[in-house]
Design a protein. Structure first.
Length: 118
């Protein structure tokens, strides 16, 4: 496949030109389906693991890491299911981290108020 902007040759599976980084337009052959993109939620999973709740974030990372392999194996429904699970566990990790942080702040405030009264 050749880039329409700079004319340089690219791999048939490439989505952007290796020379000018221009997005490539793929022409589908008759009977060929368009490539499916399924969001893997890997970045949110890593961020919630680091910033919120490690155990639930690791579960999100495990599910997110499997999405691209399912897409490559043409198991789109399996990839979508893993993507949904990764998204849910990202939110569980975020929510747990948020609740834990709020509870910790409340405990610290009450502890400080109790020591002031002494």
């Amino acid at each position: 496949m050749f880039c329409t902007k700079c004319g340089s040759p690219n791999d048939d599976n490439a989505w952007k030109c290796v020379k000018c980084s221009e997005p490539l337009e793929h022409t589908l052959q008759p009977g060929q389906d368009a490539p499916v993109k399924v969001r893997n939620y890997l970045v949110p999973a890593i961020l919630t693991t680091i910033c919120c709740c490690v155990p639930f974030g690791i579960v999100a990372i495990v599910y997110a890491a499997q999405v691209n392999a399912k897409v490559a194996a043409a198991d789109i429904e399996g990839a979508k299911a893993l993507s949904r699970k990764a998204k849910v566990w990202c939110w569980v990790s975020f929510g747990t981290g948020l609740v834990t942080t709020v509870a910790w702040v409340i405990i610290q405030v009450f502890t400080a108020m109790a020591q002031v009264k002494k």
